[in-house]
Ligand binder design. Sequence first.
Ligand code: IPD
Ligand code: CA
Ligand code: CA
Length: 256
Amino acid sequence: MLTFLQTAQEASRIGGRVLQQWQSKFTAREKSPANLVTEADLASQDAIHNFIVTRFPDHKFLGEEGLDQQSGNSEYRWVIDPLDGTGNYVHRFPYYCVSIGLEYRGQLVVGVIYDPTRDELFSAMKGSGAFLNGQRIRCSEVDKITEAMCMASLPVKTTAESAAVGRFLKVISEAQSVQRSGSAALNLCYVASGRVDAFWSTNLKPWDMAGGVLIVEEAGGRVTQTGGGAFELEVPDLLASNGTALHQSLSQLLVE
Ligand code: IPD
Ligand code: CA
Ligand code: CA
């Protein structure tokens, strides 16, 4: 399993380097970077995929940018978001990352997320704890919603009347604060490292979650659906917390 972890770590740094190189290209061309982002996304995904597939040619792959390699008998599947936090990246708001998760027989066994701006590498291997740049990380102990800093993701083009906005407002009036920072994968790492106490979203894709869920769990946190049901990678509904009574309080508020 260590080989898989090391592979994911190296691959995430490779992807991060590609993203940073593309950012300087945007600057050099002095035009709106929006149309170049897809190229950066793809270049990062290609670099990550090439690196991993060379080592494990029979493994399966799912990546946001049209990568869907499902053939073969392997019970391993890599789930990749080559750039999570695209909106931030476009605006040069330094909160985006590369996210890589590895499943074995449908269970997450390795998670790696790399923030190239801060050179922060978050990682976890099933049963072995969670780490940030090699140092053990743990979730916070805040258990009261009134003392909690939470994070949420909302759909990109949401409306004032949407259920997601309704839930966001409900928690705002109870929690100490609610942030919306634009990278679900990094938000999970921030829960794992105790920088925030909880994160939820009901509009996520497998590649947004695959890297970070195991990192939260291995840091002592808890991940379920917002209503408390078991987390499933294919279901776009996630509540990740430090695992204290805060989880239940938030879950109740979110489904009320
Ligand atoms: C998005 C981010 C965002 C979340 C969106 C995702 P992308 O991923 O994780 O936080 O709210 O649902 O699509 O598009 O930047 O890879
Ligand atoms: Ca994403
Ligand atoms: Ca993405």
